[in-house]
Each structure stands twice: as structure tokens, then as C-alpha cells.
Write a protein that binds this ligand. Structure first.
Ligand SMILES: [Fe+2]
Ligand SMILES: [Fe+2]
Length: 332
């Protein structure tokens, strides 16, 4: 059975009714005057002692393993495709003029501005390390933006909230894990960078899960159906269309390194499902018909995924290492 929340129009009505909640939660964004900026974490190339600063910055980067570099590049490339995600969220914000003062439009712009620092910071960090092939990485970003991305949400507005709740949590987990690995490999500065980015993702996750939680209160049947539909289609990974002009399976190869390192695994995916189902109290809703079936599906979905986890990691363990253009054709 395919789960689907039916009317976009009634969803739009529910979401418009939540404008006040959206407005209140805009405070989850940080005032631009007080926000961190990429420069706070990088050598100051305009300083008289820039060379010493750069040399000090590059030293611990020499110790980063190729595997950590690959997952860092993959994460950075995904962040750099931000325009694609902003475009796809306009399904909710409906900002036709570009400067709308409606709460959703304000959120989308503020969120975009915060997210934009992630790609900028990781991009500059990687360039300054001198450890990666920046042109191959830039080509990958170019291809990814050029290909676009379909989160398989349209025309379901609630599904867009489910998707973003999921993805913000997933990126928080993966940035945090990369940061811990970088610190372990002696690069405390990179550990700090990844933690700061993960901190942003955590605030963004809070926003989307709060709004979806409010939707569940207004429309438990529609919300449950949308959540089930979204998870049934499986959460499309935002970087999955990445291509460096050479490796047609680049995303799979990158995802395999991430799974092998434990940066983002099937078990993380299932834990996110479990968390969202609990946060939105899906098991406690009193539902009937299709929505009740969707509820049943959701309550057992994490368990189903967990049963797959061993098979997936065994398959990935067996995959041979591949050469990545991002790291001068070294194996990872
Ligand atoms: Fe991000
Ligand atoms: Fe994010």
C-alpha cells in the first residue's frame, strides 16, 4: 500500500494557520551581527603574519587520512549545492517576489544565509590544506548544481517538513562524526569547525521538527500519512547526483567510505526514523483507515531498517577501495 497525504490545498491551509508558530521559531536563527563566520576559523590572509598562520594551519592537516578527506569533501560538496535546496523549499515559502515578509519566506532566507557558511567554510578549509584537488571538487559542485535534485516531496507540503527534519538531523550526525575523527587524527581546529556546523544543523532540525510537530497536532492523519509516504519512498540523499566528470558512481563510492568509517550509516538512518516517530508521537495518535496503516508502518520501520543494517555493512566491506579525483586519485 502506498501512503500519501492527499490534499495540498488543505495542507496549505494548515500551514498558513501555523504562521504564528513559524514566526516564533524564527528566533532559532542567530542574529547575523552575532553569528560566526568562516573567517573566524581560518588563517587571516590579510594579516602581516599570514604566512605563519597558514603554516600553523597546514601542519595538522598533513595528518588527515584520505578517508576523512573524502567524507569531508563529500559533505562540503553537498553543502555547496545549497541553492538547489533553497529552491525546493520555496514550495512551502511561496516567496514570489524574493523579499516577502511572510514568516516562512523570512525563515527560508535566514536559513539559507546560515547554511551558506557551511559550504564556504569547508571549501576554504579544504583549499588551504593543500591536501585535495580543488578543481575536481569544483567540477563536482558544478555538476551537482547543474543536475538539480528531487527530494521526492512535491506536491506534499508536509513531506517537505519531514524531509528537512530528517536531513538536518542526518547532517548534524555526520558533521559531528567527521569532527570527532578529525580531532582523533590530531586536527582539533577541524574538530571545532565540524562541531560548530553541527550546532547550526541542530537548531535547524529543531525548527523543522517543531513545525511538523505542530502540523501533527492540527492534522494527525495527514501528518502521519505524509511521514509514512516520505519514508516509504526512502529519503533521497541531497548529494546523490554528484559527478566529477569521471566516476558515474561517485556518490555511492563516497557513501561507502562514510558507512565504512561510521560517519553516516544505515543504523544512523534507522535511529533518525525512530527519533522522529517518537518526537511526533506517532504511536499515540488515534487514527483510522489508511492513516492507521501508515501509523503501523511507521512504528515498525526503524526495526525493519535495523534488520538490513548488517547486510548493508557486509556488502560495503566487500567493496574494493576506489580512486577519488578529489584526493589526487589516491584510494579510499
Ligand atoms: Fe549545512
Ligand atoms: Fe542543514
Amino acid at each position: 500500500m502506498k501512503f500519501q497525504s492527499i490534499s495540498t490545498e488543505s495542507q496549505r491551509e494548515v500551514l498558513c494557520g501555523l504562521d504564528g508558530t513559524v514566526q516564533e521559531n524564527i528566533s532559532l536563527l542567530v542574529d547575523p551581527a552575532k553569528s560566526w563566520q568562516p573567517s573566524d576559523f581560518l588563517p587571516d590572509m590579510a594579516a602581516p603574519d599570514w604566512y605563519e598562520q597558514l603554516a600553523e594551519f597546514r601542519e595538522p592537516a598533513k595528518g588527515l587520512s584520505d578517508e576523512v578527506l573524502v567524507v569531508l569533501v563529500g559533505g562540503m560538496v553537498t553543502e555547496e549545492a545549497l541553492p538547489t535546496y533553497s529552491i525546493s523549499l520555496n514550495i512551502i515559502a511561496e516567496d514570489t517576489e524574493g523579499t516577502s515578509q511572510r514568516p516562512w519566506a523570512k525563515w527560508l532566507r535566514g536559513w539559507t544565509a546560515e547554511e551558506n557558511r557551511h559550504g564556504d567554510l569547508l571549501n576554504a578549509f579544504l583549499r588551504l590544506t593543500g591536501r585535495v584537488e580543488m578543481r575536481a571538487i569544483e567540477t563536482t559542485i558544478h555538476h551537482l548544481l547543474n543536475s538539480g535534485f528531487n527530494p521526492r516531496v512535491y506536491p506534499d507540503l508536509y513531506a517537505a517538513l519531514v524531509y528537512t527534519s530528517f536531513q538536518e538531523r542526518a547532517t548534524r550526525i555526520s558533521h559531528n562524526n567527521i569532527g570527532a575523527m578529525a580531532a582523533h587524527e590530531g586536527n582539533a581546529a577541524l574538530g571545532n569547525i565540524c562541531r560548530r556546523i553541527a550546532g547550526d544543523e541542530a537548531r535547524h532540525e529543531k525548527f523543522y521538527t517543531t513545525i511538523m510537530g505542530a502540523v501533527m497536532e492540527q492534522d494527525p492523519a495527514g501528518g502521519t500519512l505524509a511521514t509514512a509516504g516520505m519514508l516509504q519512498r526512502a529519503i533521497a540523499m541531497p548529494g546523490q547526483m554528484m559527478f566529477d566528470g569521471r566516476d558515474p558512481d561517485l556518490f555511492d563510492h563516497f557513501a561507502a567510505v562514510a558507512q565504512r568509517l561510521g560517519v553516516y550509516t544505515v543504523l544512523d538512518y534507522s535511529a533518525i526514523v525512530r527519533h522522529l516517530v517518537a518526537t511526533w508521537r506517532i504511536a499515540e495518535q488515534s487514527l483510522s483507515d489508511h492513516a492507521a496503516k501508515a501509523q503501523e508502518f511507521l512504528c515498525r520501520h526503524a526495526e525493519r531498517l535495523e534488520m538490513l543494517a548488517d547486510r548493508v555493512s557486509e556488502r560495503i566491506e566487500r567493496m574494493p577501495k576506489v580512486r577519488f579525483s578529489w584526493i589526487q586519485d589516491r584510494l579510499a
